[in-house]
Ligand binder design. Structure first.
Ligand code: G3P
Length: 216
């Protein structure tokens, strides 16, 4: 399973990239806005740091604007994936950009049918938002199960990029289903690294070693 970081925070991107954990990055207008500064510089920097796929999102809602923005975003690097919303214009833009060799991530997906249509439009990635479904009392993870089944039934090449992840168990469940990618807020990736028994075990190893009063 590929791990993407869902952030525009350069410090977090560098931190986890240096650990060899990142296969890519996803951003969205809210994440860019949270970091502030000049978004162009941030996008430039992210695409410099990360060799894998970097999703950068259009803000136009019209087909022609999406195409124009998509082409501009792609100039940040060959690894840029243009993110478009799951709307009629978004799917039309997805079809066109994909036909031009520009890969697309269709975002704001909340139903199996939306995922099916995004795959039919040639999307490289489809982004179902599971946390936001959980937030409104629906089962986000069952959406991932449904999409996986549908894509497998018809051998769609579109990858399931599980988004809006809230906690480490979301990752475990997505991996058990066989989703291709999870995109994680830095705080969730931090939590995945930790276990109290690791800390206690290390503390014990070190205090036992000290009793030897020796070096390595
Ligand atoms: O990048 C899209 C998605 O991961 C957003 O998550 O936490 O805003 O629902 P969230």
């Amino acid at each position: 399973m590929k791990i993407f970081l869902d952030t525009a925070n350069l410090e977090a991107i560098r931190k986890f990239n240096d650990m060899g954990l990142l296969d890519g990055i996803t951003t969205n207008p809210s994440l860019m806005s949270k970091e502030g500064g000049d978004p162009k510089k941030v996008m430039e920097e992210i695409t410099k740091i990360i060799k894998g796929d970097v999703s950068l999102e259009v803000v136009s809602t019209q087909y022609s604007g999406m195409i124009e923005e998509g082409k501009r975003l792609r100039q940040y690097g060959e690894n840029v994936i243009v993110k478009v919303p799951m709307t009629p214009d978004g799917l039309k833009a997805c079809k066109y950009l994909s036909s031009q060799g520009i890969p697309v991530n269709v975002t704001l997906v909340f139903s199996p049918n939306q995922a099916l249509l995004a795959a039919k439009s040639g999307a490289k990635y489809v982004s179902p938002f599971i946390g936001r479904l959980d937030d409104v009392g629906q089962d986000g993870m069952s959406l991932i199960q449904d999409i996986k089944k549908i894509f497998d039934n018809y051998n769609f090449g579109t990858q399931i990029l599980v988004a809006s992840i809230r906690h480490p168990m979301h990752v475990v469940e997505a991996a058990k289903i066989g989703a291709h990618v999870v995109t994680l807020p830095p705080a969730v990736l931090d939590k995945m690294l930790q276990h109290p028994l690791t800390d206690i075990g290390l503390e014990n190893f070190l205090s036992d070693w000290k009793k030897l009063k020796a070096g390595i």
